[in-house]
Design a protein around this ligand. Structure first.
Ligand SMILES: [Zn+2]
Length: 323
């Protein structure tokens, strides 16, 4: 058994360690360092990479990673857990979705993988992170939040590959009932898609809401799901508990506001909706009603924006159609 090193974190077999991975550099010449926690099992086995806050204000993953790291006993593990609780560290420090340093190019870190060593700030970060994940991870999981504390669903890249099959099994093992086999073009340069293309099965979990909506229940969902995945891949000895049934989505949409105004949704999370049904009304500040917003599909409401006012182009709903 060998020690496991990621950045400055070095763990001997059967122990835990923490440190930092250098992923870019600041304008004062100092490195941008993302925190790494390693729980390295006493026996060899697979390595699960889990990351929170690739979007810097989505804290459920961060808190769930910290919780499972407290609970894991490396002496009883065959394999390792690698936790990056605040992956997009400059965004996390600003409590905002995107890094304040990503002014040039695409601002969303989860749209630029596999990155570019000589690219812009986000591409350099992505390149360093992706190189490390390829060296160190057998499986990966990326935590996000929807608009609501009750948001619970997972997705993986569905391209008919062996990795897609394994990713679906990981999603089932994580234990959230709603699973989306994703072929959404916008997510082609997301980390989970690119990892899967390189032979590392991976999933995204949407649990809880952004900002202050990281409830204890949402954080527990993350920590319990991670424990279940570690059982499924054999790092923990106990048997993995699978659900009796899952809701697999055949279609999904991420709806952006066609126009801005006071936003008054007429549906709530988990409601069943029909195509063209009015799902929100929108008003000016003089209470004049604008064109109502209609559902683009038959299906389920997955998230609803809680903000009283939205601008054109804001994300207002996520919805999916069960297969
Ligand atoms: Zn996110």
């Amino acid at each position: 058994m060998e020690k496991l090193q990621i950045g400055s974190a070095v763990a001997e077999p059967g122990s835990r360690a923490h440190g930092y991975l250098d992923v870019a550099s600041y304008n004062d010449g100092l490195p941008v360092q993302t925190p790494v926690i390693i729980v390295h099992g006493a026996k060899p086995g697979p390595k699960l990479w889990a990351q929170g806050c690739i979007h810097g204000d989505e804290f459920c993953g961060t808190l769930g990673i910290l919780k499972i790291c407290r609970e894991l006993d490396p002496a009883k593990m065959a394999g390792s857990f690698i936790g990056l609780p605040a992956l997009n560290i400059t965004a996390f420090r600003s409590s905002q979705r995107f890094s304040p340093y990503s002014y040039f190019g695409v601002p969303d870190l989860n749209r630029v993988f596999p990155g570019k060593a000589n690219g812009n700030f986000n591409e350099i970060m992505a390149s360093n992170i992706f190189e490390t994940v390829q060296k160190q991870a057998d499986f990966m999981i990326d935590f996000h939040c929807g608009h609501n504390a009750e948001t619970r669903w997972t997705l993986y890249n569905e391209d008919g590959s062996e990795e897609a099959k394994k990713s679906m099994e990981l999603a089932k093992a994580f234990g959230i009932e709603i699973i989306y086999p994703c072929d959404y073009p916008v997510l082609q340069n997301a980390m989970f898609t690119q990892a899967s293309n390189k032979g590392i099965p991976g999933i995204i979990v949407e649990s809880g809401g952004g900002g202050e909506l990281a409830t204890e229940e949402a954080v527990n969902t993350v920590a319990e799901g991670l424990a279940n995945m570690l059982k499924y891949v054999g790092v923990l000895e106990e048997p993995c508990q699978l659900k009796d049934q899952y809701i697999i989505l055949k279609a999904w949409d991420w709806m952006l506001a066609p126009h801005g105004g006071r936003f008054a949704p007429t549906v709530k999370i988990n409601d069943t909706i029909e195509k063209d049904q009015i799902i929100a009304r929108v008003y000016t500040l003089f209470d004049e009603e604008l064109e109502p917003i209609r559902s683009p599909l038959n299906g389920l409401v997955l998230t609803v924006n809680k903000k009283p006012f939205v601008s054109a182009g804001d994300s207002i709903f996520q919805m999916g159609t069960p297969a």
